[in-house]
Design a protein around this ligand. Structure first.
Ligand SMILES: NC(=O)C1=CN([C@@H]2O[C@H](COP(=O)(O)OP(=O)(O)OC[C@H]3O[C@@H](n4cnc5c(N)ncnc54)[C@H](OP(=O)(O)O)[C@@H]3O)[C@@H](O)[C@H]2O)C=CC1
Ligand SMILES: CC(=O)N[C@@H](CCC(=O)OP(=O)(O)O)C(=O)O
Length: 345
């Protein structure tokens, strides 16, 4: 199967190239960006030289639609909603890494992203691609909204608790930290080395665009779920997300009982690894991989549960999960091409 990557000169696009280059069932037919056209992709990413020979092409939708079966859009929010209709109309499948198709409610998207949402018809057509918890047959899907990096870590960490009414739905607090690659390749003072190295910053307090995305899914799992407190921090690391979640238990429980619930919930989900009691994951333990590692503890004194979930924002939080979704669309083993060990240390 032939695929195209639009946004190949970005961090998410580069990670798609790295993964798909070795994928046994698809070939990268073309790579696209809005600049550097005609140049080898390896000019943008010297680490790809002698391995990747593709030249960057313009975004000619008719040409792309005529040549490939599936397109990944790894572009800033607001771009894919303009590109997808022409591709879908020609029967090309689209997996979008941005926020454009994640929200069901157009007004909520506009409020949090500050731009107009995609057409209602497109949104109705899109499947939210939190792979482990998709309840439709992806081989029938033609548009996948790949989840945001933070929502992936947060939702995987909360799913068993919320689905099984183990927490008071109105007490959820998420304290999340990300590496700087989450901001993409663009330069800004906020992500400048001098301001991120040896520093720790809180940002977008009560304004993060992933807040309604997390709430939307929690409400699918338990309609009683109210607003969450979601706070994000920039940590001095390249990749990785650690989301720490706190919520009050609905009844007295134990760490062992809750870990057993998580192990049962994820027993057939290869990319989610539940740690043993007393062991908590760190971001390096999933670096460069498609794994999400989770642990938790119950505090008898406060009746609160603390869950910790870690992912690599560029892999499970973006391109790895996008390929996992593609595999499910193709009806092949979800691990194909993404079953690699984390890079450690
Ligand atoms: N970084 C991360 O950890 C994650 C990112 N995401 C989302 O994935 C998407 C890509 O993120 P990321 O790779 O970090 O972003 P980058 O800023 O690193 O890259 C963006 C890419 O999009 C291209 N692009 C921008 N505008 C257009 C356009 N109009 N037409 C075609 N190509 C365009 C850029 O090319 P050029 O420079 O030539 O314009 C570049 O290749 C974003 O929506 C992001 O929010 C999701 C999860 C995690
Ligand atoms: C460090 C940093 O700035 N990270 C970004 C990651 C969000 C992202 O990738 O955006 P969408 O998923 O909404 O497309 C942020 O917190 O906004």
């Amino acid at each position: 199967m032939k695929v195209a990557i639009i946004g190949a000169t970005g961090y998410g696009g580069a990670e798609l190239v790295r993964i798909l280059h070795r994928h046994p069932r698809v070939s990268i037919h073309s790579v696209h960006a809005s600049s550097s056209q005609g140049e080898p992709l390896s000019n943008s990413f010297p680490h790809m030289q002698t391995i990747v020979h593709d030249q960057l092409q313009s975004v000619d939708l008719q040409k792309i639609a005529a040549e490939v079966d599936l397109v990944f859009t790894a572009t800033p929010s607001g771009v894919a909603k303009e590109l997808a209709p022409a591709l879908l109309a020609e029967g090309v499948k689209v997996i979008d890494l941005s926020g454009d198709f994640r929200m069901n409610d157009r007004e909520i998207y506009k409020k949090w992203y500050g731009i107009d949402a995609a057409d209602e018809k497109l949104l109705n057509n899109a499947v939210y691609g939190l792979t482990e918890w998709i309840d439709v047959d992806l081989s029938e899907a033609n548009l996948i909204a790949n989840p945001g990096c933070y929502p992936t870590s947060v939702l995987l960490g909360l799913a068993p608790l919320v689905m099984n009414q183990k927490v008071d739905e109105n007490t959820i607090i998420v304290d999340a930290k990300t590496g700087v690659s989450g901001a993409g390749k663009g330069f800004s003072a906020a992500t400048h080395f001098a301001e991120t190295n040896d520093n720790f910053k809180i940002y977008k307090v009560n304004q993060h665009q992933h807040t309604p995305e997390i709430e939307q899914m929690l409400q699918v799992w338990n309609s009683q779920t109210g607003a969450i407190t979601f706070t994000t921090h920039l940590a001095p690391m390249t990749r990785g997300i650690m989301a720490t979640m706190y919520a009050t238990a609905t009844e007295k429980t134990s760490t062992k009982e809750l870990l057993d619930l998580f192990k049962e919930s994820y027993h057939d989900k290869y990319f989610v690894r539940i740690r043993k009691e007393g062991e908590f994951p760190s971001t390096k333990e999933v670096y460069g991989s498609n794994f999400c590692d989770i642990s938790l503890a119950y505090d008898e004194r406060t009746n609160r549960i603390t869950v910790v979930s870690v992912i690599d924002n560029l892999v499970k939080g973006a391109s790895g999960q996008a390929v996992q979704n593609m595999n499910k669309m193709l009806g092949i083993d979800e691990k194909t091409g993404i079953d690699f060990m984390p890079v450690f240390p």
